[in-house]
Design a protein around this ligand. Structure first.
Ligand code: F6R
Length: 609
């Protein structure tokens, strides 16, 4: 989604902004731009495509200004183009803005601005109305003009503003879209995400909904919607710059795949004490409350939703409580059965996904207790939840989620085990055996990674096929969905996941010679059934790549190729079996020469509905 960076200080804002925008590239974008307060008024430069195009545009210009705002755009209203790129300038060139989000009533505002003030709009965007609105409302007090504009706007947004007549100042406002302020030395910043600023500072303020932030070189002031100054705790960011950089890997995605053993260990170790008791830090639910729930709802999007599918299986199995898993964008519009006996679990890497946030609010309004599993500390989902269980995966930069998924699984297992023990639905022996399996998982993932070259060879052989099916039963079917999503999002190969037993009810019609079927067969309890499903597709001449546990060599008789994962309990196999699928997607996309970390049409943090 759109990225915002603003700088106000003593140096040339251009350098800080371009650098910050590059750090936000991972969010996905289609154009970029910058606005500087220069001696001759506000100067705006913007360009469709990569930031490199913008850099090329301004390369031979001596752009200088100590205050400025920049933007990477992910098109919603109006095609990606130079003209639709941000920043947007008001007609009288007194105001420039950058915006992330959507102004829902922009049509009405446009009409009013045109009819009452004669404003002729240059772009097809909703965002331009913000610049035009602030300029017509500005009677010499920018702060007041921003408040007045916000009072007329509906939607979700974070925006930054500079004004010709108020140099050395950036004003930004947040409503339902991420915004932070960074505290530098002799300079201050605004941004939509921490990585944009990591190079320059380690102290930030998190800006909440309906808050204004006013940055000058000396100060950052936060005000509520009524103009009252607020005190905010400084947040020290403990991410290192290396965490947010590639560290010698060709792509962030590969780096993040390889970081999984560490991330799993980190998420796990923080929750298990020396006596193997699970401590749910960040969760204040009492034993009585946990026992009192009669239903769990897990709601998320994309990869996080796939982690929820595993969550349903393990919570139902271990805690014997009914669990529904839903896609966030569906949940909120179908009047779900939620009340104060419902535990609502939201899963989100970014913590800013608007669909998930909206579903969370819906559940909250119906009295549910909200527990979130989130990676980005202090994000909106985390802040609006009653309890937060963080995945300690570190920054995930690649658009395709990998280490966030495996750490979300770890959280699901910990919650299921904890609830199961509390509700006495699992034996102590079972509890300890699964915990031991989880502790052994990082080393097993290492082992799979040490054989990455086998998967690379497989990818080199199969990368030019056009249809891939992922099949599995039980927990394997949940992983099949994730494997399929990974492949399609970065390699653009049409892939489809289905529960293996369901194939024969229609989808098997699509099997033809050389169709690729990736079959997950890691569930001992379902192994024989799975072999039968593999035989069914093999009989239609499909090229079958099976993922199985070491020792289950029988699978080779029915598969074209087999990839082994270390032996493990059926319950925890998703933590392992997803890794070859992530590697396969990565190597296929690399073989095809795709832009792996920034796949087309996708954004890392989806802050629109
Ligand atoms: C896929 C992917 C997306 C996200 C989804 C939810 O690799 O990254 O499907 O999982 O957009 O995002 P979060 O977890 O940030 O809520």
């Amino acid at each position: 989604m759109c990225g915002i960076v603003g700088y106000v200080g003593g140096n040339n804002a251009k350098d800080y902004i371009i650098d910050g925008l590059k750090k936000l590239e991972y969010r996905g974008y289609d154009s970029a731009g910058i606005a500087l307060q220069s001696e001759n008024g506000i100067v705006v430069r913007k360009k469709e495509g990569k930031i490199a195009n913008l850099e090329a545009l301004i390369e031979n210009e001596k752009l200088y200004g100590t205050t400025g705002i920049g933007h990477t755009r992910w098109a919603t209203h109006g095609a990606p183009s130079d003209i639709n790129a941000h920043p947007h300038m008001s007609q009288d060139e007194s105001i420039a803005i950058v915006h992330n989000g959507i102004v829902e009533n922009y049509m009405d505002l446009k009409k009013m601005l045109n009819e009452e003030y004669g404003i002729v709009f240059k772009t097809e965007t909703d965002s331009e109305v913000i610049a035009q609105l602030i300029s017509v409302l500005n009677k010499g007090d920018l702060e007041k003009a921003v408040y007045d504009a916000v009072a007329m706007m509906r939607g979700a947004y974070a925006f930054g503003v500079i004004a010709k007549d108020e140099p050395n100042k950036i004003i930004a406002y947040r409503k339902d879209a991420p915004l932070i302020a960074g505290l530098g030395k002799g300079c201050n910043f605004i941004a939509s995400d921490i990585p944009a600023l990591l190079k320059y500072l380690d102290e930030i303020y998190l800006i909440e909904n309906d808050e204004m932030v006013i940055c000058t070189p000396e100060r950052v002031i936060i005000k509520d919607k009524d103009g009252r100054e607020l005190k905010r705790k400084v947040l020290h960011v403990n991410w290192s710059l290396e965490d947010a950089e590639k560290d010698g890997y060709e792509h962030f995605m590969l780096k993040e795949i390889y970081e999984q053993p560490k991330a799993i260990k980190e998420t796990l170790n923080r929750r298990i004490d020396e006596n193997d008791n699970i401590t749910l830090d960040g969760i204040t639910l009492t034993k009585e409350q946990l026992e009192d729930f009669n239903k769990v709802y897990i709601v998320a999007c994309g990869t996080a939703y796939h982690a929820g599918l595993v969550g349903k299986y393990v919570i139902e199995k271990m805690a014997r409580i009914p669990v529904e898993v839903d896609i966030a964008s569906e949940f909120r519009y179908r009047d779900p059965f939620v009340d104060d006996k419902t535990l609502f679990i939201a899963i989100s890497q970014s913590g800013e996904t608007l669909d998930t946030l909206a579903a969370l609010r819906e559940a909250k309004s119906k009295g549910a207790r909200i527990l979130s599993i989130v990676n980005v500390v202090g994000s909106s989902v985390a802040r609006e939840s009653d309890d937060v269980f963080y995945t300690w995966a570190g920054p995930e930069i690649a658009v395709a989620s990998t280490k966030a998924y495996t750490t979300q699984l770890v959280c699901m297992y910990l919650i299921a085990l904890y609830m199961g023990r509390l509700r006495e639905t699992i034996s102590e022996e079972y509890y300890r055996s699964i915990l031991a399996e989880l502790k052994a998982a990082p080393a097993k993932v290492e082992k799979i990674l040490s054989r990455a070259s086998d998967i690379e060879s497989l990818a080199k052989m199969l990368y030019n096929r056009s249809n891939v099916f992922f099949i599995g039963r039980g927990l394997d079917s949940a992983v099949a969905y994730e494997g399929s999503l990974k492949l399609k999002e970065i390699s653009y190969i049409n892939s489809f996941a289905i529960a293996a037993g369901e194939l024969k009810h229609g989808t098997i019609a699509l099997m033809e010679p050389e169709t690729i079927v990736i079959s997950l067969a890691t569930q001992d309890a379902l192994f024989e059934k799975m072999v039968s499903n593999i035989v069914e597709v093999k009989a239609r001449m499909a090229h079958v790549v099976s993922i199985a546990k070491e020792g289950n060599t029988k699978i080779e008789e029915t598969s074209t190729e087999t990839v082994y994962i270390p032996q493990c309990a059926d319950e925890v196999s998703p933590l392992l079996s997803v890794v070859p699928l992530q590697l396969f997607s990565y190597y296929v996309a690399r073989e095809k020469g795709e832009d792996i970390d920034k796949p087309r049409n996708l954004a890392k943090s989806v802050t629109v509905e």
